[in-house]
Design a protein around this ligand. Structure first.
Ligand code: GLU
Length: 314
């Protein structure tokens, strides 16, 4: 049993997740699966998986919680952690920490601000972080897959080459962004090489159970209860959680904070990972997206979770 810190009452995480799975069902059909990456368009829109990993080592899931899905922008979170671990504050010379209030692949603001990305979670910032990691490894996606596996002590996960190829052939906007970044010397590598590395990273697939496990150090001051090691410094954890809280949910970051009250990062594959500091992590996957690109059903599920568990930092 788990204690609700707001009401003091005890509840079962397993029952709560199953209840949420049943409650969200009427919301299916209200969103739209991402189709601007052709390979993602074929995903079954009715998929739903949710998992919670706790600091005590509990690990609970419901629905399609063990089925790998396309992490997409959720990889920006792991890229940021890897970059901060390797370069510390040097990373902030390339990207800012302010919400953008614009779509994740917006161009005009980047040009107006001399190629300085607002934050690491818009595509411009993520491309700059990937470029930084390319200075440390020839295989950013491979490095990230290894890090996710180590952090969560999980074995699954793979790069979906068809999804990567599909995005690489249609990445017109990301190429434009990368070219602006190169023109302003925000990135060091050739724009096309950076876009390719970024698309491969976005094509990583893990299940929500593995995702919740891998993100657990963000709830545990950098310690991975599963790996039995500290994988990032506590001061970096605070920074990453702050950027998630203010920039993690596209242009709905404010309303997500209002509804859920947890730092989180979403991706157009329909996944969201949320952090409840000192308690655990929650990952959800449901491919239909709302108008800004967040999982519609996933957001409802997290709202229900926060309401009923009392796990909210606000
Ligand atoms: N690979 C996607 C893109 O750059 C990720 C977008 C997202 O998940 O927000 O368009």
């Amino acid at each position: 049993m788990t204690r609700n810190p707001q009401t003091g009452s005890e509840f079962s995480l397993a029952h709560l997740l199953d209840d949420i799975r049943d409650h969200v069902r009427p919301a299916f059909g209200r969103g739209k699966v991402a189709d601007y990456i052709p390979e993602l368009a074929g995903v079954n829109p009715r998929k739903f998986g949710m998992a919670v990993a706790t600091l005590e080592g509990e690990d609970i899931g419901t629905g399609d919680c063990d089925e790998p899905f396309s992490l997409q922008s959720i990889t920006k979170l792991f890229a940021l952690i890897l970059a901060l671990n390797r370069g510390g504050d040097e990373v902030w010379m390339r990207v800012g920490k302010e919400p953008s209030g614009t779509p994740f692949n917006h161009l005009a603001i980047l040009e107006a601000e001399q190629g300085a990305p607002r934050n690491p979670f818009v595509n411009a910032g993520a491309l700059a972080v990937t470029d930084y990691l390319m200075g440390k490894t020839a295989d950013v996606a491979g490095l990230m897959a290894g890090f996710i596996r180590f952090s969560g002590a999980v074995e699954g996960g793979a790069i979906n080459d068809a999804v990567a190829a599909s995005e690489i052939t249609t990445a017109y906007k990301n190429r434009a962004i990368a070219n602006i970044l190169r023109a302003h010397e925000t990135i060091d590598n050739e724009p096309n090489a950076v876009v390719d590395a970024y698309c491969r990273q976005c094509a990583l697939e893990f299940s929500v159970r593995d995702l919740a496990r891998a993100a657990l150090p963000l709830a545990a001051s950098g310690y991975s209860p599963r790996a039995g090691e500290t994988i990032m410094a506590p001061r970096l954890v605070r920074r990453v959680n702050a950027v998630m809280m203010t920039c993690g949910m596209y242009e709905s970051t404010g309303s997500f904070a209002y509804r859920v009250g947890l730092p989180a990062k979403s991706g157009v594959g329909g996944g969201i990972v949320a952090v409840a500091p000192g308690r655990g992590t929650i990952a959800v996957w449901s491919p239909e997206l709302d108008r800004v690109g967040n999982s519609l059903v996933g957001t409802i599920a997290l709202e229900l979770f926060a309401q009923n568990s009392g796990w909210s930092i606000l």
